[in-house]
Design a protein. Structure first.
Length: 268
């Protein structure tokens, strides 16, 4: 039987550089020395010990099978994000990182609520079962079967007419490539201590376009590697009755639209 190609050394270097880490940075995160990281990356260590393999797998959120048997640099960014989210579509094996959920006594998934005070910690605790288990839990009727749902509070007025302070019920998106352009979503960003509620469009250039419903807010791009999770909008609840748009708001909306159209014409 032909010997399988092992890509661990190349993948380790690729993943480190993708995160913009130095060998010393990676060594500190793995609890190793820089010389050991250099030996692993250069292939001098022909048979890495299991502790090193597991440490790298957990750090980068890539399954052991893909870490060793798939040449990750040949994959597109969206496919890499699928691997990091636990959707190992290349190799059927054990994924070390999956979506953390909680269940009730009947083994049914809870709908966790991420309160405002927990928003800052969600970025680091989103895949920690203990953190998720500590969140408030609800059981909502009439949710589609087979989905995982979570509730996120909104801030600001960028998604008007949805009122500020609404609670958005959203469904976990495992396959980002399945998102249609301008899908309303809760987006968890890697470097932000907050999450954003935007219209999401995935580009082919490794960028994610985030747009607001409120035209007074300019759309912007973020690198796809900065996105940790995407939750597609399902419903929202609010204690406010949306007010009818006044003349001034309509005028401001029209002016913003005209400015956007003028900017588009200037770039053509």
């Amino acid at each position: 039987m032909a010997k399988s190609t092992i890509f661990f050394a190349e993948n380790l270097r690729f993943l480190r550089e993708r995160r913009k880490l130095t060998q010393q940075d990676l060594a500190e995160r793995l609890g190793a020395t820089r010389s050991k990281v250099n030996a692993l990356e250069s292939g001098q260590t022909k048979s890495p010990v299991m502790d090193d393999l597991i440490g790298v797998s957990e750090l980068f959120g890539i399954s052991l099978d893909s870490l060793v048997r798939v040449e990750l640099s040949k994959l597109g960014e969206l496919k890499l994000r699928e691997l990091e989210a636990g959707n190992d579509v290349y190799i059927r094996g054990g994924n070390l990182r999956v979506l953390a959920i909680s269940v009730d006594r009947n083994n049914n998934e809870n709908v966790e609520y991420v309160p405002v005070k927990a928003k800052a910690g969600y970025r680091t605790g989103y895949n920690d079962p203990e953190f998720i288990a500590a969140l408030p839990k609800y059981s909502l009727p009439n949710l589609p079967a087979g989905g995982t749902f979570r509730i996120f509070p909104t801030t600001g007025d960028s998604m008007e007419p949805i009122p500020e302070g609404s609670d958005v019920v959203a469904q976990f998106v495992a396959d980002w490539a399945s998102l249609k352009p301008d899908t309303p979503c809760i987006v968890i960003l890697r470097e932000s201590q907050d999450f954003v509620f935007k219209l999401v469009t995935l580009g082919q250039d490794g960028k994610v376009l985030l747009k607001s419903l409120n035209p007074l807010f300019e759309p912007y791009l973020v690198p796809v590697e900065e996105v940790l999770e995407i939750w597609a909008f399902y419903a929202y609840t609010s204690r406010e009755i949306p007010e009818q748009e006044g003349d001034m708001r309509q005028l401001m909306r029209m002016m913003a639209k005209m400015q956007a159209e003028i900017s588009t014409l200037r770039t053509q």
